[in-house]
Design a protein around this ligand. Structure first.
Ligand code: GAR
Length: 208
C-alpha cells in the first residue's frame, strides 16, 4: 500500500455545491490512489460543498473574494498563502468560479487542473449546456485541462462526450455531463499525481 507521505498533497478549490470535490475525495480514499486531499478551499463561506468536506474530516478554509473588492492579485495572494501553509502540491479547481491572475496560474503551471462542462475548445465560459442546446450540437461533454492564464485554454487532459437528445433540457443535459465529470476528474488527478502526464506545447501525452 502506498504510504501517505508518498502521496501528492492536493487542495480542491470550490465555490458551490462541490459534487466534483466529492468525487475526488471518494477516489482519494480508494487503496493505492496517489493523492490525498489535504484542503478544501472556498471563496464563499456559504459554499454547500464545505459541509461535506468537514464531515469527511478534511481541513477547510475560506478566503472570501468579496473582502478583496476588485483586487484580484491580493485575493490570489491570500489563497496562495493558505495553499503554501498546507504544503499543497496540486490544485484542483472544482466549480471554482473566480478568474485567477496570470501570476497565480504561472505559479501553479503544470500542477493546477480544472474541469469544464463542455468539449473544449467549444463553449468556453459560462452557461455551456444552454449554449450547446442553442447551437444544436449532437455531442456535448466535459473536459479536464491544465490551467493556464487564458480562460479555459490550457492543455486538455481528458474528455468525455455524451449525446444530446431531442428532448433534452438544460437540466437533463447537465446531469448527463456531470456523471461523466465525476468519472474523468478523479482519473485525471490519478494520472497527474502519479506523474503519468507530459505537456508538449498544447498537447498532453501519457508518459510511458
Ligand atoms: C461543474 O459542472 C463544473 O464542471 C462547472 O461547475 C460545476 C460545479 O459543480 N465548472 C465550470 O463551469 C468552470 N468554468 P460542482 O460544484 O457540483 O462540482
Amino acid at each position: 500500500m502506498m504510504r501517505d507521505r508518498q502521496k501528492k498533497r492536493v487542495a480542491i478549490l470550490i465555490s458551490g455545491r462541490g459534487s466534483n470535490m466529492e468525487a475526488l475525495v471518494r477516489a482519494a480514499r480508494t487503496p493505492g490512489f496517489p493523492a490525498e486531499i489535504v484542503l478544501v478551499l472556498s471563496n464563499k463561506a456559504e459554499a454547500g460543498g464545505l459541509a461535506f468536506a468537514r464531515e469527511a474530516g478534511i481541513t477547510t478554509a475560506v478566503v472570501e473574494h468579496k473582502a478583496y473588492g476588485k483586487d484580484r492579485a491580493a485575493f490570489d495572494a491570500a489563497m496562495q498563502d493558505v495553499l503554501v501553509a498546507h504544503r499543497v502540491e496540486i490544485v484542483c479547481l472544482a466549480g471554482f468560479m473566480r478568474l485567477l491572475t496570470a501570476e497565480f496560474c504561472t505559479q501553479w503551471l503544470g500542477r493546477m487542473i480544472n474541469i469544464h462542462p463542455a468539449l473544449l475548445p467549444s463553449f468556453k465560459g459560462l452557461d455551456t449546456h444552454a449554449r450547446a442546446l442553442e447551437a444544436g450540437v449532437k455531442l456535448h461533454g466535459c473536459t479536464t485541462h491544465f490551467v493556464t492564464p487564458g480562460m479555459d485554454e490550457g492543455p486538455i487532459i481528458l474528455q468525455a462526450a455524451v449525446p444530446v437528445l431531442d428532448d433534452d433540457t438544460e437540466a437533463s443535459l447537465a446531469a448527463r455531463v456531470l456523471e461523466q465529470e465525476h468519472r474523468i476528474y478523479p482519473e485525471t488527478l490519478r494520472l497527474l499525481a502519479s506523474d503519468s502526464l507530459a505537456i508538449e506545447r498544447q498537447r498532453v501525452l501519457r508518459r510511458a
